[in-house]
Each structure stands twice: as structure tokens, then as C-alpha cells.
Write a protein that binds this ligand. Structure first.
Ligand code: ADP
Ligand code: MG
Length: 503
């Protein structure tokens, strides 16, 4: 693994009326496991299915039904743990978290309170070239999702859709190491990127497949450092938890608002009460939902329907051996192997598909040139039509042809853009386009020479001027390029113009 050197960003400081304050943030991210079946039943996890069509008897809370652990979900949780460089617990266990909700027919959620499957890990959160925050992961546990109550379909009735009931979630709990709203959003972004690379969660935030509970507190400068030295939470401020956030923008706005609310409250002589709050994006504010519930409120106890979960090291090793190259390593390798800037490398590794496309183009070609074409031309064009790289009408092999045609001098960079446009619109091969449309650059010096002679003969006054002031030779180059329809090799034109003018 290649590591890039980095420096920690400065924590965000907010000036209150009386003091300066710093933020302390910890996230509990719920990531839906990319499994076709639920955690303890064989029902499908398909999104957008007809309401209540993906419900097994177990999910509906029918008496006598027993949960059966889905091994695939366990493997994906382990894979996620390995991707976050976390400890994998060979012995874990499931607990019942008891509460009533209309969309939770069992009357409890099967979760892992006491013995989670994954222990301590870490996420490196990039905040700019060479600047990153190492956020510690406390644990990852597996649990069931609840269903969905629908309140806005009828003025007098609510409906319940149990399709999501029992779907496997990984709850990824961070330590309170995040020091500002931008960092919180970047943390979610990085986590999402890693999960997508691993293929353990699709990261679709709009569908709620990745959502975060955001814990926010404020403290005076220096308190966080004391916490890091001593591990003593009590030196930090009391936190509020903002529930169920599924947009990076709203996460930032909610933290900003919540921090200012807490500062005003404390500076006014008040006290922050530990509670669960909701963010209202229309009003741009958080409001109290309920006072904080403690573990004992849920009457947690070991789930009697399930044996403790025992996995063996050899099985874990098998999953570890299969881990893909992850974003940090890939980015570092792109910088080293292809000579890319850190910025370009991070753009190209944002999604595994982008990175694969780049490598297919860059293989045995100039890496920087491949990167420029993908970032400046292809991405720009794809973005216009809201397409992802997998939908690109120009394949990696085709973009590679364009790079080759430029490198061999067959087309100029300018003509290459036209070729790219045609290929993008029609899917035709660039090599074929250049041949059929007669776009090949004229490198034949005889033909270029003739064009240069013609322009010089037709413009004696310009010739005089250019001989007195060689900077004006550029005008001749422009005329020759025009006369050749942009197909003349610019280097050859420059040389010939200079020679003919005797410069
Ligand atoms: P609980 O046991 O009440 O769920 P945890 O200690 O497990 O609390 O923490 C839950 C989440 O709250 C974690 O993501 C953690 O990082 C975060 N957290 C804990 N203390 C603070 C704090 N003072 N400020 C902000 N976040 C915090
Ligand atoms: Mg907790």
C-alpha cells in the first residue's frame, strides 16, 4: 500500500458573542448491505417494488417464524470492515432492541449491541491536496432495517410498507473525530466511495441506502485535544443527534445551524440537553424530536432465536485476499505510475469505473494526455448529458485511438476535438473518422511548403513587417493553417514560415 503524506486540517472555529468555539462531530452511518435478500429472510430487497410484495412471514412478524442468518450479508460486513482497516471479530452476537413502531411488526429490531462483528478501524478523509483527517471508526454492527410508514397519501389514514423491513444494514459508528461541517460531508463522501469500491453498499443516498445520524457538540479550543490525550469524553460538550440525514448539503447545513444554536444557548447561560433532533431543510433549522433514549430503555437482550455468530480466520482471509484496490492506494499509484497531479488522480479515482476507464486508455500511452482527455473533454461532455462513464458513447479503446492519432502526428489537438465530437455523437471509431473524413494532418512538407509560399507571395507588405518584427510571423502561421483547413502540422508550418521569411 502506498501512502501519501498528509497534514491534518484546522478545526472549524466559530466566534460566539463571548468566546471562540470549536465543533466536535461523530457520525453513525447506516449503509444498506448490497444483498439481494434480507438479513434473516429470503425476501427480496429490490427498491421500488409494489408495496408489501417483498415480505416473508418473518418480516411480517408471524408467530413461530425463525430468523436464518444470510451468510452473504455477513461476508459483505466483513469485507467492509477489512476495507476500513478494522478489526474483524470472529465471535459476535445478535441482540433484540425492543420498541414499538407500526412498520416494525416483530416489536423489536435484531441488532448487535454488545458484540459487533467489526471493531476499530479508520477512514482517511481528504480535505484537499496533502490535507486529510484520520477519522477513527469505533465499530460496525449488522442490524435489520425497519419498514416505511406513509403519512402523505391520504388525509385521514396512514399506510405501512414492509418491503424494507428486515433488510440488512451496516451501522458504521465513528469516533467524535470530525471537526467541521465540510469534514462531515467529506467523511460521508469518502465512506461512500470506499463502500462503492468494495461493492458492499451502492451508496444511493436518494433512495436512503446510505444515511447518517449526525452527533454534534461544541467545546472551547483545547478541549478536543484533552479528550484525545486522555480518552475522557466528559471534557467534551453535551451532544445532540440529528437523525436520518441523506444529503451531504443538508448534513452541512444542519451542523452549522446546530452549532450556532448550542453556542447561543450556552452563552446565554443555558445548557444543551442531550436529545434527538430533526433537520427541516425548508426552514434550515433543527428541532427537538425526543429526549435521548439510553440502551436500557430498549431492554436489549441477546436474541434467543439466533446462535452467536462464529466465523473463522481462514474465511476472513479469503475475503481479504479478494479485496479490490481501494481509493487511497489507487490514487497514490496513479500519481506515481502515470505522473498525474494529486488533483487529477483524485478526480479519476472518485469512482472505480472512472479509474478503470482511465487505465484502459493510459495503458502503454501517455498518462497525462489520457488524463487530460478524460477530465477535460469526456467528463465535460458526459456531465452535459448527465451520463456516467459506463454510458459513454466513446469507449476507452476509442479514446485511446484519439490519443494515438495525436501522438503519431496524424491529427492536431484541435482536429482531435472535432474527431472526438463526431465519435461521441455517432459512436464511430476515431481512426475510421479521420481516414474517411480526410482529417489527417498534412505532415507532407511539400504540401505545406506550397501553402506557405502562396501566403508569402500574396502578402508582400506583411512580409516586410514580419522581417522587421519576427513576432509577426505568427500571422503567417495562422494564414497557412486556415488555407489547409487546420490540417497542417503546426510544428512544420512554424519551421517553414520562419525559414522562408529568413527569420
Ligand atoms: P451512545 O452509546 O449513546 O449511542 P456513543 O458513545 O456510542 O453513544 O456515541 C454515538 C455517536 O456519538 C458516535 O458516533 C460518537 O462519535 C458520537 N459522539 C459521542 N460523543 C460526542 C460528542 N461529545 N460530540 C459529538 N459526537 C459525539
Ligand atoms: Mg452508540
Amino acid at each position: 500500500m502506498l501512502d501519501l503524506a498528509y497534514e491534518a486540517p484546522k478545526p472549524k472555529v466559530i466566534a460566539g458573542a463571548k468566546h471562540d468555539w470549536e465543533l466536535v462531530i461523530g457520525l453513525e452511518v447506516h449503509a444498506q448491505v448490497a444483498s439481494k435478500a434480507k438479513l434473516f429472510s429470503g425476501a427480496s430487497t429490490e427498491f421500488g417494488a409494489e408495496p408489501n410484495s417483498n415480505v416473508a412471514f418473518l418480516d411480517a412478524g408471524m408467530p413461530g417464524m425463525l430468523p436464518v442468518i444470510n451468510e452473504g450479508c455477513v461476508a459483505l460486513a466483513v469485507k467492509t470492515g477489512l476495507g476500513l482497516k478494522a478489526q474483524i471479530n470472529l465471535n459476535s452476537a445478535f441482540d433484540r432492541k425492543n420498541y414499538f413502531y407500526p412498520d416494525l411488526p416483530l416489536g423489536y429490531q435484531i441488532s448487535q449491541l454488545y458484540h459487533p462483528i467489526v471493531g476499530e478501524g479508520e477512514v482517511l478523509v481528504d480535505m484537499g491536496p496533502g490535507v486529510a483527517r484520520l477519522v477513527r471508526i469505533e465499530r460496525i454492527h449488522l442490524e435489520q432495517d425497519a419498514g416505511k410508514s406513509i403519512h402523505d397519501m391520504d388525509p385521514t389514514m396512514s399506510f405501512v410498507d414492509l418491503n424494507r423491513t428486515g433488510v440488512a444494514l451496516m451501522e458504521i459508528v465513528s469516533r467524535p473525530d470530525i471537526r467541521g461541517p465540510e469534514e462531515a460531508a467529506a467523511y460521508v463522501g469518502k465512506l461512500r466511495q470506499i463502500l462503492r469500491y468494495l461493492g458492499t453498499c451502492d451508496g444511493n443516498m436518494q433512495n436512503g441506502n446510505l444515511r447518517a445520524d449526525v452527533n454534534v457538540s461544541i467545546c472551547r479550543p483545547g478541549a478536543y485535544e484533552t479528550y484525545r490525550e486522555t480518552g475522557d469524553h466528559s471534557v467534551l460538550g453535551t451532544r445532540c443527534e440529528i437523525k436520518n440525514m441523506n444529503s451531504m448539503r443538508f448534513i452541512q447545513q444542519a451542523i452549522e445551524y446546530e452549532a450556532r444554536r448550542q453556542i447561543a444557548l450556552i452563552e446565554d447561560g443555558g445548557k444543551v440537553e442531550q436529545e434527538t433532533r430533526l433537520y427541516d431543510p425548508d426552514k434550515g433549522e433543527t428541532r427537538s424530536m425526543r429526549s435521548k433514549e439510553e440502551a436500557h430503555d430498549y431492554r436489549y437482550f441477546p436474541c434467543p432465536d439466533l446462535l452467536p455468530l462464529e466465523i473463522d480466520q481462514a474465511w476472513v482471509d479469503g475475503i481479504a485476499a479478494d479485496l479490490p484496490e481501494l481509493p487511497d492506494a489507487k490514487r497514490a499509484r496513479f500519481v506515481l505510475d502515470y505522473g498525474l497531479t494529486e488533483y487529477d488522480a483524485s478526480v479519476l479515482t472518485a469512482e472505480a469505473e472512472n479509474a478503470a476507464y482511465f487505465e484502459a486508455v493510459a495503458e502503454s500511452r501517455d498518462g497525462k494526455m489520457a488524463a487530460n482527455w478524460i477530465i477535460n473533454e469526456l467528463f465535460g461532455r458526459l456531465k452535459k448529458e448527465d451520463h456516467s462513464i459506463t454510458e459513454s458513447p466513446v469507449s476507452a479503446a476509442q479514446l485511446g485511438q484519439i490519443v494515438d492519432l495525436i501522438a503519431s502526428g496524424d491529427i492536431s489537438g484541435k482536429i482531435a476535438k472535432d474527431v472526438f465530437e463526431i465519435s461521441y455523437a455517432t459512436g464511430r471509431d476515431p481512426a475510421e473518422i479521420v481516414a474517411t473524413e480526410g482529417m489527417k494532418q498534412v505532415t507532407d512538407t511539400g504540401a505545406i511548403e506550397a501553402a506557405v509560399d502562396e501566403v508569402i507571395a500574396a502578402n508582400p507588405a506583411q512580409v516586410e513587417k514580419a522581417r522587421a518584427n519576427p513576432k509577426l510571423a505568427g500571422w503567417f502561421v495562422g494564414q497557412v493553417m486556415k488555407a489547409t483547413g487546420g490540417k497542417a502540422n503546426p510544428k512544420a508550418v512554424n519551421e517553414l514560415v520562419a525559414a522562408k521569411l529568413g527569420l
